[in-house]
Ligand binder design. Structure first.
Ligand SMILES: NC(=O)c1ccc[n+]([C@@H]2O[C@H](COP(=O)([O-])OP(=O)(O)OC[C@H]3O[C@@H](n4cnc5c(N)ncnc54)[C@H](OP(=O)(O)O)[C@@H]3O)[C@@H](O)[C@H]2O)c1
Length: 342
């Protein structure tokens, strides 16, 4: 009864519907909550903020992957782009490619999100590059991230901390440091989460807990920033590993060796090498099965930065993962575990 009333109320609110991203048509497909079912309905994007010409955006993790492509894409849209690169000082290939554009609207900067010193320097550099620092900076895209795999018993405390240092604490640090500039512009914060920040997966605990943390942090920030005119969005990509450098066959092999060599004897003996190798084969399979086209992710981030009414969450992922995420997050664990985990 309550659910039906709530559904009716929700379906009468334009722009307040649950929605997913349609990569083919560049449009959102809102899902109206009708009684017990979700019905996909087409809707086009909201109007965009205009013009982007003078707007400054900082993206973290631009050496490769989403960050690298996004920096180039935002530059092509007319933004002033500050591309934070972990390896600028070491002359990373991606950094050289961005620098070779020779544009005064695309500046690579050395930025390790785990270093307060480097983050502070980045804030100063951006502030001093703005025409009018009192008008602030339009956008921050927290994209830098690392990943790993391994069952809970296979994963060392050092690994848990290492992944959280970049994906969670690095994101929190960078956000806090840039907020004074973002607030002045009534701008945007776009956090790159993951579908694994909504639903967990076996052998991914070190990564999942950081991405669940990103979701919680983003929600709190969105609530707090709303009265100040700053909009906060989370982009939750599905499996695009084949399109980025998050994993490579070499890094999987290296991580597997490190895991096995570092296991306590009791864990190694209890699970055995056969079990371990089967799990690694599953990871390899997952990494080879993702989408090779990262356009949906780049489009979602761009929408979050430019639309007058950006969405709270974006779901650039294929239908298999989207359906799985709905089932994992809406059905009782006893059912969803049976379907997808056991
Ligand atoms: N690919 C996917 O399927 C997928 C799915 C969901 C979410 N994501 C998220 O998307 C984001 C981008 O990942 P990606 O897939 O594009 O992988 P990627 O190609 O490995 O890009 C990640 C970038 O972050 C940089 N980075 C790592 N540690 C850093 C640090 N301490 N400070 C600053 N930058 C750092 C990396 O630099 P180096 O290259 O120099 O190491 C790299 O440029 C991550 O947050 C990831 O969790 C990816």
């Amino acid at each position: 009864m309550l659910a039906t009333r709530l559904s009716r109320l929700l379906s009468q609110l334009p722009g307040k519907t649950l929605s997913m991203y349609d990569r083919e048509h560049g449009a959102r497909r809102p899902l109206l909550f009708c009684s017990a079912s979700f019905i996909p309905v087409s809707r086009t994007y909201a109007g965009e903020v205009d013009p982007v010409g003078s707007k400054a955006v900082l993206v973290t993790g631009c050496d490769s992957g989403f960050g690298f492509s996004l920096a180039k894409h935002l530059h092509s849209k007319g933004f002033l782009v500050f591309a934070g690169c972990l390896m600028k000082d070491k002359g990373h290939d991606g950094v050289q490619q961005l620098d070779s554009l020779n544009s005064d609207r695309l500046r690579t900067i050395q930025l390790n999100v785990c270093s307060s010193e480097e983050v502070d320097k980045a804030v100063e550099l951006v502030r001093s590059s703005l025409k009018d620092p009192e008008k602030g900076m339009w956008g921050l895209v927290n994209n830098a991230g690392i990943s790993t795999f391994g069952e809970v018993e296979f994963t060392s405390m050092e690994t848990y901390k290492e992944v959280a240092d970049v994906n969670l604490w690095g994101l929190v640090r960078t956000t806090k440091s840039f907020l004074p500039l973002i607030r002045r512009a009534k701008g945007r914060v776009v956090n790159i989460g993951s579908m694994l920040g909504r639903m967990a997966n076996p052998a991914r605990s070190a990564y999942c807990i950081t991405k669940f943390g990103v979701e919680a942090f983003s929600d709190c920030l969105r609530y707090e920033m709303h009265p100040l005119g700053v909009k906060v969005s989370v982009v939750e990509p599905g499996n695009f590993i084949a399109a980025t450098s998050l994993y490579s066959p070499e890094s999987i092999r290296a991580t597997a060796k490190k895991l096995w060599d570092g296991l306590p004897d009791i864990v190694r003996n209890d699970y055995g090498k056969k079990y371990f190798d089967e799990k690694i084969a599953k990871v390899e399979n997952y990494c080879n099965s993702g989408s090779t086209d990262m356009t949906p992710v780049i489009d979602a981030i761009t929408h979050a930065l430019t639309a007058a009414t950006p969405y709270t969450r974006y779901h650039p992922m294929d239908y298999y993962w989207w359906v799985r995420m709905q089932i994992m997050t809406h059905l009782p664990g006893a059912i969803s575990d049976k379907i997808y985990i056991h």
